[in-house]
Design a binder for this molecule. Structure first.
Ligand code: GRF
Length: 216
């Protein structure tokens, strides 16, 4: 297996747009020793993100980089890359970042960008995944943490956890149940990535620690 560049660098760059509860879950997991990593910087594209306050309260450097200040998506991505590389970030974690990341980011951090999505992908990609799940009438939904590729919510699946849909669920009640599982799944996925010993085969994430590839 080729040397894993992520293994030696446990510095995370978090990209957020809002509430930041997944950011908080990563902060808490690091603080209580479940996740061996450092958050080097939290970048939000919105100045009023509650997540920025959470990061400041934890003593983490924050940056607001508004996409509105850039004329193209590529220019914005290049600015993100510059800020992340300036802080020697080894793994980028999208945590409610409401922007598509494009080629400059993916080329600078190949297989080193994670995203968390509130459904069992490939079901219900895109916005309002929990509402899509309730409206579709599925009986099980959940959370997916995946590597980010150029296609929306489509990269190799690192961790998936199922969450039941129950009678009377609304998009909001299902979202709250899934969110609890998100807060466990994201630190676990980040730890799995940082521990190395995994590879991507086609569109599959293969790790001895993954349930689907335990025998490889
Ligand atoms: C989460 O549901 C996450 O799965 C999705 O956006 C939401 C972000 O929530 N990508 P928070 O900002 O982490 O609280």
């Amino acid at each position: 297996m080729s040397p894993d560049p992520v293994r030696s660098n446990r510095r995370l760059g978090l990209l957020i747009s809002g509430r930041g509860s997944n950011l908080q879950a990563l902060i808490d997991a690091i603080a209580d020793g479940r996740l061996d990593a450092t958050i080097a910087v939290v970048i939000s594209n919105r100045a009023n993100s509650a997540g920025l306050e959470r990061a400041r309260a934890a003593g983490i450097e924050t940056l607001c980089l508004s996409h509105r200040a850039f004329s193209t998506r590529e220019d914005y991505d290049r600015a993100l890359v510059k800020e992340l590389q300036a802080r020697d970030v080894g793994l980028v974690c999208l945590a409610g970042f409401m922007r598509l990341v494009g080629a400059p980011m993916i080329e600078a951090f190949p297989n080193r960008i994670l995203n968390i999505h509130p459904s069992l992908l490939p079901a219900f990609p895109g916005l309002e995944a929990q509402r899509q799940a309730v409206e579709h009438g599925v009986q099980v939904s959940g959370v997916t943490v995946h590597l980010v590729t150029a296609d929306l919510d489509d990269g190799p699946i690192v961790v998936q956890r199922a969450v039941p849909v129950v009678a009377g669920d609304t998009a909001e009640s299902l979202a709250a149940r899934i969110l609890e599982e998100e807060h466990r799944a994201y630190p676990d996925a980040v730890q799995l990535i940082l521990d190395g010993g995994w590879r991507v085969e086609g569109r599959r994430f293969v790790s001895a620690k993954s349930p689907t590839s335990a025998s490889t």
